[in-house]
Design a protein around this ligand. Structure first.
Ligand code: UDP
Length: 459
């Protein structure tokens, strides 16, 4: 019987559930029992897509998010309010129930770093805790510095309304630490989520990051080699990744909200080595019709074969006759087994929105990127790819804010025409894969955490 039991709580979004499920798998591989907690709505979707049972040590559970309808869930303000008011009590009840029913006691509660309140529940119950960051360490470090930025006068704070507004005071570049490239204030993660008040998001993210600092561990799905200045400056952040199913023998990516179209792997098998442009923008990014058409035409005029993920909930339509015109040269799928696609030898480059998971998946497979960030931390990730890793290029927008078809074709040619991007990507892949192999820095950090969970080491 497993002696240790870990409860993992994920934020209800695709880009959170996938990496946290992979983290759960690493614990169950070591004989640790895991209860994986989603909100009820997400639990339903995730469990319906779990093909095979993930083994006896993983138990999927759910708690109510306190919201009444899917409409309410689209309202960020309501979601956040319910999350901090309703969910802590529900989680406490669940952990109590687990402890009564199961003789393996809950040794640790792991919070998605976006759900800092979970650490408060663990503290209240006298249980060890860890925060797991599915976004970059750079993002987490920026959020951890939010108060300092207010104190230094870089961000405003409206004390009279008891609201910390968190808006940069001017356009001066912000530098988190000396060894990191300066950052434009407009790309800070809370500044660019359409339909969400930046002040609200700033306050929520700041509080969550502060709560995470109370945990026994702050683990990052990243490696030292990917963000060295951050780990040097913030030693409390501990890289344990990239933890990806693709790097485990025979392991399948789990936690998907949509059914994967595996026929695309057969199509990839028929393509020449390093020939395919893979285009995917994660689970939430959406296009205007004009932008969608430019992308479609840019890919068509590139005259290269491509695979493009167009989600079912994407409301745009292809230009007239497009699918027939591109024919077998363009494979369009609604949801791909992305980690397997990126690991395929036919793929040459990745046009990506630069969500942190996609960024990790691309870098672990030694792929150069064309970066097309949409919201939140994707802008920071794109800056890391282009400026720090130097494995990608960004797109320039025209005066209407559109990335034109000509710009798309030009950047594809530039990226694939200059060997330096692929060489840098392969160099980084080697460093990153070393860090997760036995003896590597991420591997050792993960072992340290697992030993602590199993009571072999104290902290
Ligand atoms: N993904 C996938 N199939 C697709 C597109 C994306 O499996 O067709 C996965 C991808 O591998 C990644 C996750 O969905 O693990 C998206 O996370 P990311 O952080 O890149 O973006 P987000 O969805 O959070 O914007």
């Amino acid at each position: 019987m497993a002696k240790s039991h870990v409860v993992i709580v994920s934020y209800p979004m695709q880009g959170h559930v996938i990496p946290l499920m992979e983290f759960a798998r690493r614990l169950t591989n070591e004989g640790i029992k895991v209860t994986f907690v989603n909100t009820e709505a997400i639990h339903k979707v995730v469990t319906s897509n779990l093909e095979e049972k993930e083994g006896d040590l993983l138990h999927m559970a759910s708690i109510s998010d306190g919201l009444e309808s899917p409409e309410d869930r689209k309202d960020f303000r309501k979601t956040l309010k319910a999350m901090v008011e309703i969910m802590p009590g529900k989680l406490e009840e669940l952990v109590e129930k687990i402890s009564e029913e199961d003789r393996s006691k809950v040794t640790c509660i792991v919070a998605d770093s976006f759900m800092g309140w979970v650490i408060g529940v663990a503290k209240k119950m006298g249980i060890g805790s860890a925060a797991y960051c599915p976004s970059s360490a750079t993002t987490q470090a920026i959020l951890m510095c939010a108060q300092k930025w207010i104190d230094d006068g870089l961000m405003n704070s409206d004390e009279t309304r008891l609201i910390i507004v968190g808006i940069p005071q001017n356009n001066d570049m912000i530098q988190l630490c000396e060894t990191m490239p300066p950052t434009k204030p407009s790309i800070l993660p809370w500044m660019s989520v359409p339909g969400v008040d930046p002040g609200l998001l700033f306050q929520f993210s700041k509080v969550a990051a502060e709560e995470c600092t109370l945990a026994d561990w702050i683990l990052c799905n990243s490696s030292y080699e990917l963000e060295p200045p951050i780990y040097n400056e913030f030693p409390q952040l501990l890289p344990v990744g990239p933890l990806l199913a693709g790097t485990q023998k025979d392991a399948k990516q789990t936690g998907q909200f949509w059914q994967e179209d595996s026929t695309c792997l057969t199509w990839l098998n028929q393509q020449p080595t390093s020939s395919i442009i893979y285009i995917a923008f994660g689970s939430i990014a959406t296009f205007t019709q004009t932008q969608f058409e430019h992308l479609a035409l840019g890919l068509e005029t590139s005259n290269r074969p491509f695979m493009w993920v167009v989600r079912k909930n994407e409301n745009c339509t292809f230009p007239d006759g497009y699918v027939e015109r591109v024919g077998p040269r363009g494979k369009i799928v609604t949801w791909a087994p992305q980690q397997k696609v990126l690991a395929h030898s036919s793929v040459a480059c990745f046009i990506s929105h630069c969500g942190w998971n996609s960024s990790l998946e691309g870098v672990t497979n030694g792929l150069p990127f064309l970066c097309w960030p949409f919201i939140s931390d994707q802008f920071l990730d794109a800056a890391v790819i282009c400026d720090t890793w130097k494995t990608g290029l960004g797109f320039d927008k025209d005066e209407e804010g559109v990335v034109t078809k000509d710009e798309i074709r030009r950047k594809i040619d530039e990226l694939l025409g200059d060997k330096v991007f692929k060489d840098m990507a392969l160099e980084l892949k080697e460093k990153v894969t070393c860090s997760i192999r036995p003896g590597g820095s991420s591997y050792r950090n993960l072992c340290g955490f697992i030993d602590w969970v199993q009571g072999k080491e104290s902290r």
